[in-house]
Design a protein around this ligand. Structure first.
Ligand code: ATP
Ligand code: MG
Ligand code: MG
Length: 371
């Protein structure tokens, strides 16, 4: 349930803010995980704040999650000072009066507060090549700044989040159990998935063989997790709940998954699902202008694998839920998870058909020439 203004006021009292804020209690932004409230300061020279109720059903260890965010923000701040780099801002957490960076209320809810980044906006859907390039630059710079931070300092807040072997295990189990008695209807999709297992575990295998380093990655590189200014320049990477050790290709692949798709994630009319290659190129250009500074040849090679893997992994998860009877993802109609599966697999087919062209684009903006 949404919190009331009076409740919000009580929560706010637990944080060390400057000035005095209005607590209209209006929800802010279009996040799906946390409840977000914008607090306007009545004193014009003091900042506005952003209050969030952390979703502790998704993130069970709020203390570990907060430690991750704190370590990353601190590192980013120091590194940017050192490099005298200032085109991107760093999120700033407001301490609670208990000296921690979150407050736990009587109902067991966890709250945290950030400084609200002034004059910012976020886009749910990428509209222009400039936005895409800026987005690539922002996530590229984020990874680059963190590329020499020790990844083992961070906890894995959601275990196996991008582990395809784990997702495939769940899929195979759902297939065997066939609880909803739906497997026979989706043989084509099942075959398509099973035919690609070896290719799709390549990033994982390269990691196991020591060919890819574990870096610190964002793990939720949706476009609306970047703040832009009024001139459409990227100014801040936000939503750090999932920062943890990972492979750079996962972040690249997940960003591309939505940017390159001309249709919605659950488009039922497959003919509408096409590739927007100019947006792919713009994002790649911005990304590699920053990440190119630290990526190894193998990491650059892994980027396109990530582009294939992320839609595949989504399809595996949707189809698993469909086979189990739809109890994980929210559905709007009975076949929704199957429609989502088909849409992601259709996207993957298109990506496969354009593999050479996409690889060529990555090569163009990289110092490593890929074959
Ligand atoms: P998601 O569904 O992406 O996981 P979430 O529920 O975790 O989202 P956030 O992304 O952290 O929530 O925040 C929701 C929205 O609030 C953002 O998309 C952005 O528009 C806005 N926002 C978040 N942090 C700030 C900030 N520090 N300053 C200004 N706006 C912000
Ligand atoms: Mg978000
Ligand atoms: Mg989030």
């Amino acid at each position: 349930a949404k919190a009331k203004a009076a409740d919000i006021q009580k929560i706010v009292e637990n944080f060390l803010i400057s000035g005095e804020v209005e607590t209209s209690g209006l929800n802010y932004g279009s996040g799906h995980i946390n409840d977000t409230y914008c607090l306007y300061n009545k004193q014009p020279h003091e900042p506005n704040y952003l209050l969030q109720r952390i979703n502790h059903h998704v993130f069970k260890d709020v203390s570990a999650l907060t430690d991750n965010i704190y370590l990353v923000l601190n590192y980013l701040k120091k590194k940017m000072q050192l490099l005298q780099q200032s085109d991107l801002q760093v999120l700033e957490l407001i301490p609670a009066k208990n000296k921690m960076l979150y407050h736990k209320d009587e109902d067991g809810n966890y709250w945290r507060m950030y400084v609200f980044i002034k004059d910012s906006k976020s886009f749910d859907i990428v509209e222009t090549e400039q936005q895409a390039e800026e987005g690539g630059r922002a996530f590229g710079q984020f990874q680059a700044l963190l590329s020499d931070m020790n990844a083992s300092l961070l906890s894995e807040t959601i275990v196996d989040f991008h582990n395809i072997l784990f997702r495939l295990d769940n899929f195979n189990k759902a297939l065997k159990e066939n609880k909803a008695n739906r497997a026979a209807n989706v043989q084509e999709e099942i075959d398509f998935i099973l035919a690609r297992v070896t290719q799709m575990r390549r990033i994982y295998d390269m990691g196991q063989q020591g060919l890819l380093p574990k870096r610190i990655t964002h793990n939720d590189t949706k476009f609306n997790n970047i703040l832009f200014n009024q001139q459409d320049k990227a100014i801040c990477v936000i939503d750090l709940d999932t920062v943890m050790p990972g492979y750079v290709a996962y972040d690249f692949g997940d960003a591309i998954r939505t940017i390159i798709n001309t249709a919605a994630e659950d488009e039922a009319d497959l003919s509408k699902i096409k590739l927007n290659i100019p947006l792919f190129e713009a994002y790649t250009k911005g990304y590699l202008a920053e990440a190119g500074k630290f990526l190894t040849a193998n990491e650059v090679k892994s980027l396109l694998l990530g582009v294939f893997l992320l839609p595949y992994m989504q399809a595996v998860r949707f189809l698993t839920d469909y086979l189990e009877g739809d109890h994980y993802f929210k559905i709007a109609y009975p076949e929704h998870n199957l429609v989502r599966t088909k849409a992601q697999l259709h996207l993957l087919k298109q990506l496969e058909e354009h593999e050479a062209e996409l690889q060529e684009i990555i090569s163009t903006y990289s110092i490593y020439k890929l074959k």
